[in-house]
Design a protein around this ligand. Structure first.
Ligand code: HEM
Ligand code: HEM
Length: 226
């Protein structure tokens, strides 16, 4: 495997950082959130909107549990850091700060700013699902519908910032972070990788989500879709 030096000069090689369930979670969330957004307008795709939307909610609930029980870099304790650390990391994107010799630390897992982005994305999805459910109740106020639409469109803006940040960080650190979210491998110092991928848990998550989405879509939970 190729060995390079990270920003602090320490040697780093590709190691397993993202466990399989976290990767499955991420790409299923992308499908559900973008799918729900694309199917939001038309009455004909209502069941698809609901199936994808509720699935996004279940994925976030699963991720909250995995944030306590998952592997090293999936845990909140690994990436939720102080706002001061996040701002200091963000300053490292500024050309003037970089020109003054300040280099961003390379993190094997989420960086301090990325950690807050993860919390923002998870909260936004939880909020859009909750307001969607509230707007779907018989005696619902129109306000919930308006709020749901606002948050639903707001998420797309947030995702745009997320993808831009992923690309910018990847360019600055000369690392393909999107490929890392697919393969699980990122540059890290020796001993920083996780010992196993939790493949079985990932397969259970994928199969469980496919079954759940299909059941909602086919009307098996009338309390959610009737
Ligand atoms: C609806 C769209 C999206 C949502 C809701 C979303 C949400 C998230 C979340 C919650 C995480 C944290 C993963 C975890 O620890 O569980 C994450 C990380 C990540 N996402 Fe997304 N994402 C979206 C789209 C994308 C797209 C389109 C890309 C690729 C271009 C992407 C690339 C990444 C990467 C590379 C990471 C890891 C960042 C790092 O290295 O710290 N995401 N995303
Ligand atoms: C990731 C999840 C979701 C996203 C991104 C999303 C997004 C949206 C957006 C943008 C609209 C406005 C469409 C328009 O322009 O008229 C909408 C409408 C709607 N969504 Fe969702 N949605 C999600 C999940 C849900 C869920 C879980 C439900 C549960 C019942 C739901 C129920 C509705 C309903 C009933 C409407 C029509 C609201 C109204 O006009 O009063 N959505 N959604």
């Amino acid at each position: 495997m190729s060995q390079r030096n990270d920003a602090s000069g320490a040697p780093s090689t590709p190691q397993l950082i993202w466990d399989f369930p976290t990767r499955i979670f991420h790409w299923l969330l992308v499908v559900c959130v973008l799918g729900a957004w694309l199917t939001a307008e038309s009455e004909r795709s209502r069941m698809l909107h609901l199936a994808l939307g509720y699935s996004a909610g279940v994925l976030v609930a699963w991720r909250l549990i995995w944030g306590f029980m998952g592997s090293r870099y999936a845990r909140f304790s690994n990436f939720v850091r102080s706002p001061v650390a996040a701002v200091s990391y963000l300053r490292g994107y500024l050309p003037a700060v970089r020109a003054a010799g300040h280099t961003q630390t390379h993190y094997a897992g989420h960086n301090p700013a990325g950690g807050w982005a993860v919390l923002a994305l998870l909260s936004a999805v939880a909020l859009v699902v909750t307001t969607g459910w509230l707007s779907y109740q018989d005696d619902s106020s129109e306000l919930w519908g308006a709020l749901h639409e606002l948050v639903g469109n707001g998420i797309i803006v947030l995702v745009g910032v997320h993808v831009a940040a992923v690309i910018a960080t990847g360019v600055l650190h000369r690392e393909n972070l999107v490929r890392a979210m697919l393969s699980g491998y990122k540059r890290a110092r020796s001993g920083e990788g996780i010992p196993g991928a939790y493949t079985l848990m990932g397969l259970v998550l994928a199969a469980g989500m496919a079954a759940f989405a299909w059941l909602v879509y086919s009307g098996a939970f009338p309390s959610l879709t009737a």
